[in-house]
Every structure is written in structure tokens, then in C-alpha cells.
Design a protein around this ligand. Structure first.
Ligand code: CP
Ligand code: NVA
Length: 302
């Protein structure tokens, strides 16, 4: 049984295989000869909002021959307190795979343990693995490879995106600098597990971006943190704008997983200047996730 629960738990060789496979699927979109999800129903169990993740998974499941079943946690008994392990044991007897977007990483892990079906993390407070894999595909397409590149992440170092990037750097060996206020660095237990000399942290955003070929950012307040004005105020000097990018590598790209808040984490002009890359990044979710599900369906013993 294969799951995708975190970048932390991934084998580096599988990350590369996923990117290779997504390249093939992208080239062959509309001309597929195999439908590995034929006759299968895959559930999307979401406790947070989504545009890209929901649409890319629903379309991807259909393109692979399967049927998606969207379940908002507000509409099912989970929202009234039914335990995750019971929900998992019910869905595991009825559907063939599950894609989960929620708060606690432990909920995705518990679901995988109890459901007995392939389980994919579609974002938790700790990680956003599908996004990082799609972003690696975008880097491959735009720059040829991530090897020997300097990558920067500017914004909330505590966020799921920053933390998944840290694990990607540890596994794949590229240089990563997180530029984030001191109070928003990843938690100590995470740093203890990470222990990667190629990942550095600074509270100086200009230092993070200096010489970087890939500059990533994300919202300052992740889902569930809305209204935390005190936290948001810490990021004022962390906007990715043309002044900050002055010392980036001459041929840099800017990535944003979206949704973006123009005038906050990214300026309007930088977003529009890099829109081609940023929306390619969004599209790549579809190709990447099709590869992930196809692999899981193939490996599944029915
Ligand atoms: N990037 C991303 O996961 O977008 P959604 O929240 O719209 O799914
Ligand atoms: N860090 C953001 C990512 C959104 C795709 C959040 O969790 O809200």
C-alpha cells in the first residue's frame, strides 16, 4: 500500500520518478491509452477551502478513468465529531483512494493507517507535498533542473510550504534559504529532525534572496490563521517585490503556490511579470497528481 503523506517521509528517488512521470503525462494529455483508475472512486475529504487542489484532483481522477467523490467535512459526520479512524474504516470499505486536506498532520496519518486505501495529503498545517512536487516539475521545465540551484523561500518559515521545501532540499540536496521573521521559524522539533546543512534560516529577506535562482513565497497567514493581525504585521518587510529581487540571480524565476494576496506577500507587478511561471506551476498540480494516483493505483493489491 502506497501513500503520500509528507515530503519528509518520501524517498528522494521517488520524488524524481514522480517528476519524470508527470513530464510524460503532461506531454500525453488527451492521448492516454491506459486508465489506471477505471472503475474506481476516489474520495476528496476536505476541511479547508481549495480551488487548485480540488479541481486538479477531480479532473485528474476523471482523466485516469475514475470518479471523484468530494466530501466537505462540514457535510459529513466527521464535522460533528465522528473520529477520523471510524471515518477511515468506513470510507476504506467503499472507495479506492482518499485525498485529504485538513489541519493536523496526524489526522492524515491516522486515516492512512485505518482506511487500508492509498491516502494522499492534499495539505495539512505541516506539509503540502503535492504542491512541492508540482513546483519541482515547474523548476525542471523552467530551469532544466534543481541541482546546484539556490532556492529561497520568503515569508512564513513555520508554514506548510516552507516546511515541505525544507524536506525537499534535504532529500534532493539543493541549497535552500528560508527568509522569515525569527518568531516564524519552524518549530524546534522540526529543526531537530531536519538537521540539513544545505538549509539555512535568516530573518533578513534580502540575504535569503541574494543570488537565488528560484524565489518562492506564500500567504503570510495560512488557512486557519485568518485575522491574526499581530502575526501578519511581522511580515511587512518580507514582500517579494522588485526591490527585494534586485540581488536575485539575473535569470531567476518566482514561484507562488496561490492563492496570492497582491500588495502583501507579493507585489502586483512581480506577480504579473512572473504570471507565466506561476500559472504553469498551478497547472502542473494536475499532471503531477495524475502520476501520483496512477502509481498508487498500479501498486494497489485489490
Ligand atoms: N495551492 C493550492 O493548494 O491552492 P488551493 O488552496 O486553491 O487548492
Ligand atoms: N500556506 C497556505 C497554502 C495554501 C495553498 C495555507 O496553508 O493556507
Amino acid at each position: 500500500m502506497e501513500h503520500l503523506l509528507s515530503i519528509e517521509a518520501m524517498y528522494p528517488q521517488n520524488m524524481v520518478k514522480y517528476v519524470d512521470h508527470a513530464v510524460t503525462l503532461k506531454t500525453r494529455r488527451g492521448k492516454h491509452e491506459e486508465f489506471p483508475l477505471q472503475g474506481q472512486v476516489w474520495a476528496l475529504l476536505f476541511s479547508k477551502s481549495s480551488t487548485r487542489t480540488r479541481v486538479s484532483f477531480e479532473v485528474g481522477i476523471r482523466e485516469l478513468g475514475g470518479s471523484p467523490l468530494f466530501l466537505s467535512s462540514n457535510d459529513i459526520q466527521l464535522g460533528r465529531g465522528e473520529p477520523i479512524r471510524d471515518t477511515a474504516r468506513v470510507l476504506g470499505r467503499m472507495v479506492h483512494g482518499a485525498i485529504i486536506r485538513t489541519f493536523a498532520q496526524s489526522d492524515v496519518e491516522e486515516f492512512a493507517e485505518y482506511s487500508g486505501i492509498p491516502t494522499i495529503n492534499a495539505l495539512t498545517d505541516d506539509e503540502h507535498p503535492c504542491q512541492i512536487l508540482a513546483d519541482l516539475l515547474t523548476i525542471r521545465e523552467k530551469l532544466g533542473s534543481w541541482e546546484d540551484r539556490k532556492i529561497a523561500f520568503v515569508g512564513d518559515g513555520y508554514s506548510n510550504m516552507a516546511r515541505s521545501w525544507c524536506w525537499a532540499a534535504k532529500h534532493l540536496g539543493f541549497s535552500l534559504t528560508i527568509g522569515s521573521p525569527d518568531a516564524c521559524q519552524p518549530p524546534a522539533d522540526f529543526l531537530g529532525r531536519l538537521d540539513a546543512s544545505n538549509v539555512t534560516f535568516t530573518s533578513n529577506p534580502a540575504e535569503a534572496v541574494a543570488g537565488a535562482e528560484v524565489i518562492n513565497t506564500d500567504v503570510w497567514l495560512s488557512m486557519g490563521q485568518e485575522g491574526q493581525a499581530d502575526k501578519e504585521a511581522r511580515f511587512k518587510s518580507y514582500q517579494v517585490n522588485s526591490a527585494l529581487l534586485e540581488d536575485a540571480a539575473p535569470k531567476h524565476i518566482v514561484l507562488h503556490c496561490l492563492p496570492a494576496y497582491r500588495g502583501k506577500e507579493i507585489s502586483e507587478d512581480v506577480l504579473e511579470e512572473h504570471a507565466d511561471t506561476i500559472f504553469q506551476q498551478a497547472e502542473n498540480r494536475l499532471h503531477m497528481q495524475k502520476g501520483i494516483m496512477a502509481r498508487m493505483a498500479k501498486h494497489r493489491v485489490l
